[in-house]
Design a protein around this ligand. Structure first.
Ligand SMILES: [Zn+2]
Ligand SMILES: [Zn+2]
Length: 126
């Protein structure tokens, strides 16, 4: 796949973030140093990068899509205080998925698990 300068910038922005950024936040942060960039370009490149498996997309009901540098199947935790999204890569989730597929004879190719609650650092503030 051909990488334009802008596509590379957008990909790096996702790869360098732990926060599962939205298209808007990627646009806002790149716009500072790239005044010629348009929001449409950001959206277009994000969907091309997702289609080609460079990044993954996380759809959350009633929220903007988030983009994720982690392309392995994993669960997410959303903090209802700070709105941050954390990756959960737990052995017990993998076990749970593989047990499910054995018990019900399913072949599970992907999953989408989103847990809601309050994160560690927000819990300190309560
Ligand atoms: Zn939090
Ligand atoms: Zn993630």
């Amino acid at each position: 796949m051909k990488f334009s300068k802008q596509r590379e910038l957008i990909l790096n922005e996702v790869l360098n973030s732990h926060l599962h950024p939205t298209a808007d936040s990627i646009y806002t942060s790149l716009k500072k140093t790239n005044p010629g960039l348009s929001l449409g370009t950001v959206y277009r490149n994000l969907s091309v990068l997702t289609e080609h498996g460079f990044i993954s997309k996380l759809s959350i009901p009633n929220q903007s899509d988030r983009f994720d540098k982690n392309i392995n199947p994993h669960a997410h935790f959303i903090c209802e205080k700070c709105n941050n999204i954390f990756d959960i890569e737990s052995e017990s989730i993998n076990k749970f998925i593989s047990n499910l597929s054995k018990e019900d004879d399913l072949s599970i190719s992907s999953y989408d698990i989103v847990l809601n609650g309050v994160c560690k650092s927000c819990k300190k503030d309560i």
